[in-house]
Write a new protein. Structure first.
Length: 168
């Protein structure tokens, strides 16, 4: 297995918010934003793994800022950590303000699994963080994974060493 840079999975998608994608307040539907994030994250996971990928879970979504009709929205997705066949993808959502500056509006964390043609999980290359932000997201991914496994009853809390370290 090879080790790759998270940058190799970077996916950037930019779109405008159209009238049919907004609610009565002329804000982008949350479901529309989730779909856009899923598409960008899927491409990012596929770029990293060079395999078929499926969405395993939406681990976190933060709707911090309304995105209004006519806004230009940029979604950036990048693999933050790889486990065996699964990978966490961190998504940042930016909106252009009237001066053309990008303001962070939302973020999300999705998990994807690489699968073969029969839908069976397959191992994929690891990543090595390069920037401070990539390292922070990489480190946090193990805690988030352990928390998800504990909550799903798939891991004993005593075995969640990274998670337990936060409380001791």
């Amino acid at each position: 297995m090879n080790i790759k840079s998270p940058k190799a999975s970077l996916t950037i998608m930019t779109n405008s918010v159209l009238p049919g994608e907004t609610n009565i307040l002329n804000n982008l539907f949350g479901g529309e934003l989730l779909a856009r994030m899923d598409r960008a994250a899927s491409i990012s996971a596929s770029r990293h793994s060079k395999q078929i990928v499926v969405t395993s879970s939406v681990n976190h979504v933060s709707f911090d800022r309304a995105i209004t009709l006519g806004s230009t929205v940029t979604i950036q997705a990048k693999v933050s950590r790889v486990f065996n066949s699964s990978m966490e993808v961190y998504i940042d959502v930016w909106v252009d303000n009237p001066e053309g500056q990008q303001i962070k509006a939302n973020e999300a964390i999705y998990t994807f699994v690489a699968v073969d043609i029969n839908g069976k999980p397959i191992p994929i290359d690891k990543i090595k963080p390069e920037s401070e932000e990539e390292q922070k997201r990489y480190d946090g991914a193990l805690r988030r994974r352990q928390l998800s496994l504990v909550l799903a009853g798939k891991m004993n809390a005593k075995d969640a060493t990274e998670l337990m370290a936060l409380f001791s």
